[in-house]
Design a binder for this molecule. Structure first.
Ligand SMILES: NC(=O)C1=CN([C@@H]2O[C@H](COP(=O)(O)OP(=O)(O)OC[C@H]3O[C@@H](n4cnc5c(N)ncnc54)[C@H](O)[C@@H]3O)[C@@H](O)[C@H]2O)C=CC1
Ligand SMILES: O=C([O-])CC(=O)C(=O)O
Length: 357
């Protein structure tokens, strides 16, 4: 009888170690936490935080990041619902240890020690809205989150997804400048979804596999600031003026296409999570020291007279190691570039003014 009780006690002790309850993975809870778990921290890899992790993008992004073998620790932060999302994701039998953080009082712990911070926090569009219509709410959210980054993980690479990206990246830069932590190489606006869409739509027109197509998309991430360089598509191809016009318009309006199809239920989340995880993976491969990791991103730049601009960049151990020039543009692209720069200049100024005012 006594022997049976001993065995039961031992089993209970072991399962408490190996299967902590979902609450115990939440920052600030009592009892056995992930910090007591024997399996924690053993695997090499990078520490990644997702801010806005319970949202439409955040949840599938968390799932995909949990599948990434380069990630050893995954912190999920949001102002709502992180206990459930964290519990759910943490049951996936992949290497990354997942921890959840709920509300502003846990932001600092969510950020401390992170190598990469991905920000999809903020409100999405509804039909009839522009991305700039999100500025009033999302600017403040991005400001607060970046203040936390400056304080707790100033050396982290930061991927900004929250719209309007054309303004939220300058906002992040101003916050970091104020804090004395700004490193332009480590701040990247995520425009990868424009590239993903461009590859898909161009492949459809040409009858190719989208995985074999590479379309540079430069400028920014809203309407006419999204500038696909269809004269530089790889593999080299020839598009008629009608095909060029159709593709440029579809790529520029890809976000609106999804917003309208979702009819009030938000904007692109699944394709965005896919794009964001590809982009984050590229940043991590760069950090690891892999050679030749190139992505389009909206960064501090001298490619044009504007302080921020999206082009292809080389990612490395310090973030953006090299920024590539635009390459030869045709007349149609040069006209598009002028339109893009006009709108981008205003969006950048709006972001800068928001912090400096
Ligand atoms: N860069 C790009 O290509 C794309 C950007 N986006 C943008 O991403 C953002 C998020 O979109 P969705 O995930 O669809 O929205 P969502 O509303 O589904 O999720 C946003 C999440 O952010 C959280 N949140 C709000 N305030 C927060 C704060 N102060 N701290 C932490 N979390 C906070 C919310 O609780 C929510 O869980 C939007 O601004 C959207 O426009 C969307 C698609 C593509
Ligand atoms: O269109 C939106 O509002 C969301 C977004 O940025 C995109 O899907 O490209």
């Amino acid at each position: 009888m006594q022997r049976r009780a001993d065995i039961n006690q031992r089993i209970a002790r072991i399962s408490a170690h190996l299967c902590p309850s979902s609450n115990s993975q939440m920052e600030g809870s009592s009892g056995l936490g992930m910090s007591n778990c024997r399996a924690k921290g053993g695997s090499p890899g990078f520490k990644v935080a997702i801010l806005g992790a319970a949202g439409g993008i955040g949840q599938p992004l968390a799932l995909l990041m949990k599948m990434n073998p380069l990630v050893s620790v995954l912190h999920l932060y949001d102002v709502v619902n992180t206990p459930g999302v964290t519990s759910d994701i943490s049951h996936m039998d992949t290497g990354a240890v997942v921890r959840g953080f709920l509300g502003p009082q846990q932001l600092e712990n969510a950020l401390t020690g992170m190598d990469l911070v991905v920000i999809p926090a903020g409100v999405p569009r509804k039909p009839g809205m522009t991305r700039d219509d999100l500025f009033n709410i999302n600017a403040g959210i991005v400001k607060t989150l970046c203040e936390g980054i400056a304080k707790c993980c100033p050396k982290a690479i930061v991927n900004v997804i929250s719209n309007p990206v054309n303004s939220t990246v300058p906002i992040a830069a101003e916050v970091f400048k104020r804090a004395g932590t700004y490193d332009p190489k480590r701040l990247l606006g995520v425009t990868k979804l424009d590239v993903v869409r461009a590859n898909t739509f161009v492949a459809e027109v040409l009858g190719l596999d989208p995985r074999e197509v590479d379309v540079p998309v430069v400028g920014g991430h809203a309407g006419v600031t999204i500038l696909p360089l269809l004269s530089q598509v790889k593999p080299p191809c020839s598009l008629s003026p009608e095909e060029t016009e159709y593709l440029t318009s579809r790529i520029q309006n890809g976000g609106t296409e999804v917003v309208e199809a979702k009819a009030g239920a938000g904007s692109a989340t699944l394709s965005m999570a896919y794009a964001a995880v590809k982009f984050a993976d590229a940043c991590l491969r760069g950090l690891r020291g892999d050679a030749g990791v190139v992505e389009c991103a909206y960064v501090s730049s001298q490619v044009t007279e504007l302080p921020f601009f999206a082009t292809k960049v080389l990612l490395g151990r310090n973030g953006v190691e090299e920024i590539y020039s635009l390459g030869p543009l045709n007349e149609y692209e040069r006209a598009g570039l002028n339109k893009a720069k006009e709108e981008l200049a205003a969006s950048i100024q709006k972001g800068v003014t928001f912090i400096r005012k």
